[in-house]
Structure formats: C-alpha cells, structure tokens
Design a protein around this ligand. Structure first.
Ligand code: ADP
Ligand code: MG
Length: 297
C-alpha cells in the first residue's frame, strides 16, 4: 500500500451507493474491462459498519467512538476502528500509540491492535502536517485504502470515527461503504444542535440509516450531587424527539474522560464503575439494540 493517496483511484467511479447497494447496478467495469477493487461489496467480512458523526468538532465523537469500540470488544466481539478524521486524527493519542507503525504484508497494512480493538489512522502513517495539504480526492482515496488495503479480516463491528461536518470524507464513506448506520453525537448547546441538524440532513439524503443520537457533556455533577447543565439542559434529547430519531443516552462531563483521552487510557478501562462509564456502556447497549433492529428491518 502506498501511504500517499493516488488521486486517480476511482476517479471515474462515483456512482456506487452505500448501504449494501454498492455497485448493484454497475456494469461499466465489465464493459470497459477496468478492474475495480470495489466491484464487489467492500468489507465483506465485516458484519456491522457504524459511523460516528457530528456537526461540530470537539463534541466527543472520538471519545465516544473509542469507548464504544472497547466496550463492544469487552463483550467478546471482534472490533475495528478507523480514524477517518484525516485532518485531525485523535486515535493515536487516545490509544497511546503515538510512535507505532503498522506492519506491511504484501501490499496490505496490518492494523495495530490495543485494548482488543484493531486500529487504523492516518496518524500511524504520515506525520501530523502531511495530510493537512491534501485535497478532496486525496482524502477520499486515503479512506478507500483504509477499507481495501488493510487486513481487517473478520469483524463483528467496524467503527468509523468521522471528522465533523459534511465534507468529502463523510460523503465518500456514506456513498462507498454499506453502512449499517450512523450514530450522531452532539452536546446540548444550541450551536452544536444547529450543526448536527445539517449533518443529519446529509446522511438522510444519501439514505444512511440513523441509529440514533448520543448527547455528550450533558451536565457536570457537583460535589453535593446537584447537576450543573453547563451547555444547556437536555438539548440532545429534545432534538432527537423533534427529528424522530432514537435517543441513545446522555454522557456527563467528567475529568477522567478528558484525562483518559489525553493519556491513552480510556475512562471505560480506568474508571469502569463511574457514572460516565456506566452512561457510555448504556449508550453502547442502545447502539447494539438499534443495529439489531436495523438488520432485522
Ligand atoms: N464527557 C466528557 N467529559 C470530559 N471531557 C470530554 C468528554 N467528552 C469529550 N471530552 C474531551 O473533549 C475533547 C474533544 O473530544 P473529542 O472526542 O476529541 O471530540 P470530537 O471527536 O467530536 O472532535 C477531548 O479533549 C476529550 O477528552
Ligand atoms: Mg474526533
């Protein structure tokens, strides 16, 4: 695998639709004799593919993606996590893997593995500034390489930690990958809700099932047990109701979450019995329930 994306990859291939329908009506490769790694459904050995998305940055997508992945792995599931935030990869820091490089076998990369989760991030491949100058097509082909040139093998869940907003990366993933569904993350604050509305609109437009919404940083618990709703009260829950999407739970603000993210020791492992970790586990259970419902439908 080349770690610099090839801008020409799939330049003529923008007609596939995600959600299991990839290339179902695709005949031009046969006619033209082109070879196309995505002609078959990508990630055939992966049972469920989940994207974690938001409108705004800094609302806790990566934090939730990391703790969700570890929670699922703790149940015995085989789990992979792709850091799709190419401009701001967080996974190397959050897993404490800032100096590790994936092995190359043949033309494929072997994902790193920690806390029972297989991992791939642009941060494992290029230095922090390199991806910052990449344009849309290069970003898209880096993502496509993460999908087709990484040895994920069999997985029960593959989680995509998306960048904020509705750019090229989100569209590439939504249109190339048969996503089981997307989990939206927001804080209760009005400005975050305004942005998550746009992001939700994009996923609906490209027919990605919405598994539900997680409200992060919902409140801070004071020493006397009272709750301080720093970013406003129940904004996520109200939003989910208005939009008619499942509300998957509220995660409080907790110093241990921030410390765990920075040190590479996720809170779900260091403080498994805290109110926050319990809230994350509850939200993870809701995600798996919604996946079962989505798969049955
Ligand atoms: N519930 C929480 N309590 C305390 N800090 C949090 C919480 N959720 C996220 N953070 C911190 O907020 C910052 C942004 O979170 P992050 O997951 O990187 O957001 P995003 O991926 O949406 O940009 C990180 O430093 C993270 O540790
Ligand atoms: Mg992030």
């Amino acid at each position: 695998m080349s770690t610099l994306p090839d801008e020409s990859t799939h330049s003529s291939c923008n007609h596939n639709h995600g959600n299991g329908a990839a290339h179902s009506q695709c005949t031009h490769h046969k006619e033209s004799g082109e070879s196309c790694a995505h002609h078959d459904r990508p990630l055939q050995q992966v049972k469920n593919i989940i994207a974690i998305a938001s409108g705004k940055g800094g609302v806790g997508k990566s934090t939730f993606a990391v703790n969700l992945a570890i929670t699922l792995a703790q149940t015995g599931a085989k789990v992979g996590l792709i850091d799709a935030d190419l401009y701001g990869p967080s996974i190397p820091t959050m897993f404490g893997l800032l100096h590790d490089k994936p092995e190359v076998v043949g033309k494929n990369l072997v994902p790193l593995e920690k806390y029972g989760v297989k991992l791939m991030s642009i941060g494992f491949l290029v230095d922090a500034d390199t991806a910052l100058v990449w344009r849309g097509p290069m970003l898209s082909s880096a993502i496509k390489q993460f999908i087709s040139e990484v040895e994920w093998k069999e997985l029960d869940y593959l989680i995509f930690d998306l960048p904020p907003g509705t750019g090229d990366i989100q569209l590439t993933i939504a249109q190339t990958i048969p996503l089981t569904g997307v989990v939206m993350v927001t804080t209760p604050q009005d400005v975050a809700i305004a942005d998550v509305t746009k992001a939700l609109g994009m996923f609906r437009k490209v027919n990605v099932p919405v598994l539900g919404l997680v409200e992060n940083m919902s409140h801070y618990e004071l020493p006397d047990g009272t709750k301080d709703y720093i970013f406003g009260s129940h904004g996520g829950e109200k939003f989910a109701k208005i939009q008619g999407i499942p509300f998957l739970g509220s995660i409080p603000i907790d110093r241990a979450v921030r410390e765990g993210s920075d040190s590479g020791d996720p809170c779900i492992l260091t403080h498994p019995d805290s109110a926050t970790s319990k809230a994350i586990k509850q939200a993870a259970t809701e995600v798996t329930k919604r996946i079962s419902i989505s798969n049955a439908g």
